[in-house]
Ligand binder design. Structure first.
Ligand SMILES: CC(C)(COP(=O)(O)OP(=O)(O)OC[C@H]1O[C@@H](n2cnc3c(N)ncnc32)[C@H](O)[C@@H]1OP(=O)(O)O)[C@@H](O)C(=O)NCCC(=O)NCCS
Length: 199
């Protein structure tokens, strides 16, 4: 089994070296030079073998690498606007870890999916805010759903308050995912606020 996993790791390693066409920045999850017929079952297999982990300050580099590896479109969807690699590095290198938690789905240490949990910004409506992201090459195999479910379990274990996930109104992929997990939606300040009731 170990040797099989090592081979899989080697197979996926070239993905790290490929630059994103729009930014030139190194990316993960792009450039897997395999025909679709092989790629699809391999992605499913990797999703099954991946592990869920809680991340801490020592993982700051991996968190920055995950966010900068998102495609420009996905990064814009995740941060509700353009976020440069430098802005990401600045934000997470100076993060107040007493106010944020991270859950990840990893495969051989690579962060394929990430959920960031913090306080919901609206003082009149206390609760948590969750944001999720999945590397482009690993979307569509339910890693986003898995990490969001884990984040909801996490916030429900901490307090009996709703969780929010804010996204752009046109982010159909996330809005469908949120509805699938029981969120009710509302438009607030031009963005979409998916509200997960406390359980
Ligand atoms: C939104 C996102 C997290 C979804 O992750 P994913 O791993 O690709 O999604 P999953 O495979 O877990 O899909 C779960 C559900 O989401 C919905 N969904 C996912 N991709 C979809 C798509 N392309 N079209 C429509 N619905 C979609 C479906 O309801 C799906 O359930 P189903 O397969 O039973 O129909 C991912 O696309 C992403 O990282 N986007 C960029 C960042 C972002 O937008 N974050 C949200 C704001 S914080």
């Amino acid at each position: 089994m170990q040797s099989f996993l090592r081979q899989l790791k080697t197979l996926f390693a070239p993905m790290q070296a490929v630059g994103h066409p729009a930014s030139g920045a190194p990316t993960q999850g792009h450039g897997l030079a395999l025909p679709e017929i092989l790629r699809r079952p391999l992605r499913r297999l990797v999703a099954r073998l991946s592990r869920q982990v809680a991340l801490g300050p020592d993982d700051t580099g991996r968190i920055i690498a995950h966010y900068t590896a998102l495609s420009v479109t996905d990064r814009t969807a995740r941060f509700h606007g353009i976020m440069t690699a430098q802005a990401i590095a600045d934000r997470y290198c100076t993060l107040d870890w007493t106010r944020a938690r991270f859950l990840g789905i990893t495969f051989f240490g690579r962060l394929l999916a990430l959920a960031e949990i913090g306080d919901f910004g609206d003082a009149h409506e206390p609760g948590s805010e969750i944001a999720v992201s999945v590397l482009r090459g690993w979307q569509g195999v339910h890693l986003g759903e898995r990490v969001l479910r884990a984040a909801l379990r996490d916030v429900n274990a901490v307090h009996h308050l709703p969780a929010h996930a804010i996204t752009r109104r046109d982010n159909i992929r996330f809005i469908r995912l949120a509805h699938k997990l029981g969120a009710t939606g509302r438009v607030a300040d031009g963005e979409y606020d998916a509200v997960f009731a406390a359980r």
